[in-house]
Every structure is written in C-alpha cells, then in structure tokens.
Design a protein around this ligand. Structure first.
Ligand code: GLY
Length: 405
C-alpha cells in the first residue's frame, strides 16, 4: 500500500454523502483512538447496526483519563465562542439520557451526577470578572444565579471567608470520566465491537481514499471509512495527507486528585470553580471520595511532565478557596494533553480525504462533547450526513478561511 497526498481538487466542497471506498473488508468503519470520543462513536455506530472496530494500545488513557469530568458549558462559556457554546449545550442536554442508557447496557455506573456548579470570586477584581460573565449569561439567555458571599458559604460552608461572591449554575453537571470510560468499554463489549490494543502506525490511503489502518503488528485493518479520534496525536498520524486536518496541538493540563473519606465529614457538595486573582482553579468532588483539582493550561508541545510549579499553583489556588484541603491526602498528580485546534472548537465530519472522518480536536470539552460527537459521527457513518447541530464544525471551516485570507 502506498500513501498519496490529498490533491488540490480534493479541496473542493465536500459532498454531504461520502463516496464509498474499497476494498470490501466487512467493516463499515475503523476508529483510531479509544478515548471517550472513539469509544462512544463505536458504541453509537454499532447500535445503528454498523460493523466497526477500534484501535488503541491503551484505551481510555490520555485526556480521557486526565480530565476532571466537568459538564460545564455555562460556567466555561467564553466570549466569541457562541457557536461552540451551542454545541456544548446540545451535548449537555443529552447527557442524562446518554448516561442512563449506557448504565443499562454496560451494567456499570456512568459516573454522571446532576449536581450544579458554583463559580466563585476570590478578590474584588475576580468579582468584577464574574459579574461580566453573569452579564454575558444574561445576554445569551443562559441560566445562572448570582449569589452573594454569604450565600456562597451557605451553599459550600468550607469556602474561605474571603470569597466575595459567585454564580450558581444548576445546569452545569459532572461525570466521573474514568467510570465513563469503563462503562463505554463494557458497552462496546456487549455489542461485540473488536478492540485492537495496538498502536496504529499508518493511515492506509489508496488512490486518494482512506481505506484502513496498519497496526504495529503489521496487520492491516481495512474498512469503508476511517474515523480519526486520536486526540492530540490526530494530526501526526503517518499517512495523513497534509491539509486533511487543521493543526491539532497538545495543550498540557496538570491535574491533582485528593482523597476525602466518604461519610466522615461533608466536604464540597458540588463542583466549585474559582477565580483567584485572575487564575482559574476548579475543585470537583466525587461521591466515592475523590476530589479533583485542576487544571493548568500550558503550551509545551508533547511534554507531559508533572512539575513542582504546576502542582504548587493548583494547590495554592485551591487552598485559598477551600483552606481545608490542606488536611487531605494528595493521591495523584497527573498531566494530560488536550487536543487544541486553532479556534478551540472540535473538528467533526468528513475530511477532504475521501473515506476519512474527523472526530477530534475537542480541546477543553472532550468529556462534555462525547454524546453529541458520537451521535453526529454515527449518523454520518449510517446516513452519509451530519446532523444539523454538528454542522459548521467540519475541518473545511479552516480551508475556507485560508482560501479567503
Ligand atoms: N475543561 C476543563 C479543562 O480542560 O481543564
């Protein structure tokens, strides 16, 4: 097999129905990457009767393992990212049903809880920034409730007396991302999706069409379509023609896990996001006693080292908000790599390389966007069309921008 570069004619508008590729292998799709996105795509596609396979040497590692699992489209809303916000909200709306169905199929917990999120401000300047976020919410019709300092401490008694006030967002929920991975692995097992625990060494391209992947074992897996869901490594897959994907860069996030003895004393009742003198920190409690503290945002290429400075900054911010964390055992310090795109939004849909579908680049929203991405890619695989809510996130938005620049 040889790889061919994508031709300039392939940069013309993508037909909504994807041309079928050879050879006939018995597989409708092979999915590169068994993080949350790849696993959920496989599950949803298999539910539609498609024959799919996954390839990943370490399923559920990477960003899916590192994440905190906040489902927080409102408290994480950013100016200028309103289109992404709509997709985030669409995914948040379907989370409860997704999690319930998954638990029924998998027979294990999904880790989803519908408790809200409290965003708090530490200094007066932080309070001004939070007030601006509240005004942004009002303009967009998003539900968030301003809470004064006393109200914040009534909701979360362990908050520092210095906290100036906050915003309560009942609709921003959370999921234990590691339980979610385990449930999805069980679910794909139930629908008999083969999982090849080997690295993909090459995208196989024949006559300008993606036809499968080669595994590190040397084995080729042919399929009608290839779904690229390899997170921050998506852009560096050997055989991927230049221009088929926008640049996808690793954005490091260091994240900590502390331990609260369940049932001994209440700690936090909901996720708390803090602005501490302009720096962001979040604390996400789990029912089983874990407290997740995250996360740094660092542009350092593929460096995934935990550093003393990263850990210090996270603990300092978290301790200023919730002094009682000083007493908790620190059980894990980890660094993951988020897949960042030029506009911070994911890349979902057919690429300019026929046969290749992108489901990657979810940056800070991979856990949140799992249900909507899985539904969109499964529909694309089954019917040849992206659903309305996923339109505008195709990779061609970057080629169109380049052409008009
Ligand atoms: N969405 C949280 C993070 O990326 O840190």
């Amino acid at each position: 097999m040889s790889s061919t570069a994508v031709s300039s004619t392939a940069l013309s508008p993508v037909p909504s129905v994807i041309p079928r590729a050879r050879p006939d292998s018995g597989l409708d799709a092979v999915i590169i990457g068994a993080g949350l996105i790849g696993l959920a795509v496989a599950w949803r596609a298999a539910q539609r009767g498609l024959r799919v396979a996954l390839a990943d040497p370490e399923p559920g590692s990477g960003a899916s393992y590192a994440a905190a699992g906040m489902l927080a489209p409102v408290t994480e809303a950013h100016y200028g990212e309103e289109r992404l916000l709509r997709l985030n909200l669409a995914s948040a709306r379907r989370y409860a049903a997704f999690a319930e169905e998954l638990e029924q199929v998998a027979g294990t917990p999904s880790g989803y809880t519908a408790r809200g999120t409290l965003a708090v401000a530490f200094s007066q300047d932080d309070r001004t920034a939070l007030d601006e976020l509240a005004a942004f919410h009002r303009r967009l019709g998003l539900e968030s409730e301003p809470v004064d300092a006393r109200g914040c401490r009534a909701l979360e008694p362990l908050l520092s007396p210095q906290v100036q006030g906050g915003l309560h967002v009942a609709g921003d929920h959370q999921v234990d991302n590691r339980q979610l991975v385990a449930a999805l692995l069980a679910a794909i097992g139930r629908v008999h999706v083969p999982l090849h625990r080997h690295p993909v060494t090459e995208l196989l391209v024949v006559q300008g069409t993606a036809v499968g992947v080669r595994l590190a074992t040397g084995e080729a897996l042919y399929a009608e379509r290839v779904v690229l869901a390899a997170g921050c490594r998506s852009g560096s897959l050997p055989g991927l023609p230049p221009g088929a994907l926008p640049s996808i860069r690793p954005v490091k996030g260091q994240i900590l896990r502390l331990s609260v003895t369940p049932g001994v004393a209440p700690f936090l009742g909901r996720a708390v996001r803090g602005l501490v003198r302009g720096a962001q920190v979040y604390l996400v409690p789990r029912d089983h006693g874990e407290l997740v503290v995250g996360a740094t945002v660092e542009e350092l290429g593929f460096d995934a080292q935990v550093t003393a400075g990263g850990v210090y900054e996270l603990l300092r911010g978290a301790r200023e908000l919730v002094p009682g964390i000083s007493e908790l055992p620190l059980t894990e310090a980890h660094a993951g790599l988020r897949p960042g795109t030029p506009d911070n939004a994911p890349v979902i849909g057919p690429t300019d390389l026929p046969g290749l579908i992108a489901a990657t680049g979810h940056y800070r929203n991979g856990v949140l966007l799992t249900p909507v991405t899985a539904d969109a890619v499964a529909q694309l695989l089954a019917d040849g069309e992206l659903p309305e809510e996923a339109r505008g996130f195709e990779p061609q938005r970057f080629t169109a921008e380049r052409a008009s620049a």
